[in-house]
Ligand binder design. Sequence first.
Ligand SMILES: *Cc1c(COP(=O)(O)O)cnc(C)c1O
Length: 354
Amino acid sequence: MIQKSNSTVTVNLTTLKQNLETLRCHVDENSRIMAVVKADAYGHGAVPVAETLEPLVGAFAVNDIHEGIELRENGITKPILVFEVPEQSSVSQYRVHNLTATISSEEHFEWLPNGTSYHLNFDTGMGRLGFPPEKAKRIAQLVEDNQELFCTGIYTHYATADNPGSQLVVNQHDQFKTIRKYFDDSLSGHISNTGATAFYETDQFNMVRLGIGLYGYPPGETKIEALEPVLSWKSRLVQTKRIAAHSTVSYGANWEAPQDGYLGVLPVGYDDGIKRSLTGNISVRIDDKAYPVVGTITMNYCMVYLGLDQYEPGTEVEILGSEENARNWADKIKTIPYEVLTSINPKIPREYKS
Ligand SMILES: *Cc1c(COP(=O)(O)O)cnc(C)c1O
C-alpha cells in the first residue's frame, strides 16, 4: 500500500490499556473480555492493538476471516471470533488458522469442515444476523448432531444499548436468557457491547464484547467517566499567506475573511478522512490554540484561518486530539465516532506510542 506522508496518526497504547482498565470496572468478575478489533481496530491498527491487549483480555473478535488471518500471521494466539457469515469458498480457512466461525444459518453446519470451532448467533432484536429465537431447540439438536464441529459459544447483539434506559435491551436480554437454557452452561455466552457493559445491570452471561470504549469513546451521548481518545492526528501547514478582508477561500467561494489576517493551508482533505460535510464546522489546534477550518474542505487540502497569528510553513497542527475529537466531529455531521474513526485513510502512517 502506498503511504501518504502528509499527516501522521498517533495511537497511544498506554491510553488503550487505561481505557480497558476503566471499562473493567463495569465487567462482572466472572465475565471474560473479548476485545473487538474489527475494521483494523476501528482504524487504530489491529495488530499493534491486539498485541497490546493480548495479555489483558480473553479473546478477540473481527468482522471477516482476512482480519483474523492477519492477527494469526502476526503471532496473536488467543481465540479469535469471526462475526461474518461464513462463505462456502473460504470455510477451510477457519480451521487452518484456528479461527472461531459464527454459525447463523443451518447450512453452515454442513459447510464447515470437521474440527472447526464456532459460536452460534441468535437475532433477538437487532434485525441483522442470526437464528430467530424460536429455533433455539432445533439448533441445540443440530449442535448435538454435529459433534465433529466444536460449539464453544453462543451470542446475540443489542440494537439500542448505546445509551441507558432502553426497553429493547431488557427484552433482548430476556430472550437471550431463554435461548441460553437450551445450551450447555459451559459455553461462552455473550451479549454486551460497550454500551450494555457500561450502562446496564443486565446479565453479561460470562463474556463481554468491548469495542468503541477501548478506543476512548462512549457509544452514544452518555459519558463514560475517564475514557480518553487513543488516537490523535497531526499534520503540518504547507503554506501560509496573508489574506485580505473579504477575499474568499476554496471552492464555491463560500467563506470570506472577516478582516486582514493570515491563512494556513493543511495538506489533508476528504480523501484523508476529513469529511467534506464538516465544512464550516471544525477547528484544528496549533500550540493548543483552536483555529477554524474555513472554506469548503477539498480532496487533499483544507484551509485554516489564523487571524493575526503568523506561522511558518512546517508548523505542526493537531487535527484530532482530546479537544477536537471524533465525538465532536460526529455530532456535527450526525454520525457516530465509529464512522469518523474508520474513515481516516488507512494509507496515513500510524505511529505507536507506549
Ligand atoms: C462491533 C460489535 C461489537 C462492539 O461494539 P462496541 O459498541 O464498539 O463496543 C460487539 N458485538 C458485535 C456483534 C459487533 O458487531
